[in-house]
Design a binder for this molecule. Structure first.
Ligand SMILES: [Zn+2]
Length: 267
């Protein structure tokens, strides 16, 4: 009989058989959950940027992690995107639905023996909801859950760009898409809609800014919040390098630390 080649990626939860994952769970207690959104990203980027990027990030991070690698779950494609729904193509679920879904998933992971969940969030406006779900999973399953919405590398990314308040489909997201999927970017339709607000406490880049909420159409005509015209593939490659580097460190530090020791200061 011809020997079949193994095409499976060893860290993908859904590609394993139950005896395979049962054995894997003996060596690893950490799972990565990518979470995205399907929503407008200006006239030049596809609707799937946040979903695709969260999934891409999770795979690249697991590939770069030392063995035993974290388990990677299938990404959640939909998120809390109601503020974009004046722009066609945006699909949104409620905060309640997403938090309940993530909570149920977290409880199910805990039953399987997972002790640490790292949620990689590709969509900023999912953050309050995912943080809420993380808090409830921790309360009820007593496992470790954290959410990264870019906190591990935002400081570095800011240094690479010229645009203030570049939060959506602007210099950052257009660059990161140019770096990995140039065929999906219509640069001839890229626009500059740099945001300026009436109070500096609304500035997303300001260290002392508050969390606040607005419908996108109120502050942007194209759906872009930032300057997409300044994007380059070169900047995007640097951004991916930095983001992956920092998240690999996050994951490895969590995977290699027993649950009880995570809560102790040792550095
Ligand atoms: Zn996005």
């Amino acid at each position: 009989m011809k020997k079949m080649e193994k095409h499976k990626k060893t860290f993908l939860w859904e590609e394993m058989t139950w005896p395979e994952i049962e054995a894997y769970l003996q060596t690893v207690d950490t799972a990565i959950l990518p979470c995205g959104a399907i929503e407008q990203h200006g006239p030049h980027l596809p609707l799937d940027v946040d979903y695709f990027d969260a999934k891409y990030m999770a795979h690249k991070v697991a590939e770069a992690c030392a063995d035993p690698k974290p388990l990677v779950l299938p990404p959640i494609p939909f998120g809390v995107s109601y503020h974009h729904d004046d722009f066609k193509g945006t699909l949104s679920v409620t905060n309640d639905a997403l938090s309940k879904f993530v909570y149920d998933l977290g409880m199910s992971l805990a039953k399987n023996g997972i002790k640490k969940i790292i949620i990689l969030n590709g969509h900023g406006d999912n953050a309050p909801t995912l943080n809420y779900a993380a808090q409830m999973i921790n309360r009820d399953a007593k496992i470790f859950v954290c959410v990264d919405t870019g906190e591990t590398s935002d400081v570095d990314l800011q240094r690479l760009i010229d645009t203030p308040n570049d939060i959506h489909a602007g210099e950052i997201e257009t660059s990161t898409t140019l770096a990995i999927r140039p065929h999906m970017v219509q640069m001839d339709k890229a626009v500059n809609e740099t945001l300026r607000f009436g109070s500096k406490f609304l500035d997303y880049d300001d260290e002392r800014s508050v969390n606040w909420y607005v419908r996108t159409s109120k502050i942007s005509e194209s759906g872009v919040m930032g300057d997409a015209t300044k994007a380059t593939a070169e900047k995007g490659e640097k951004m991916w390098g930095l983001m992956i580097h920092h998240i690999v460190h996050l994951v490895e530090s969590i995977i290699n630390t027993p649950l009880e020791e995570l809560y102790q200061k040792r550095y």
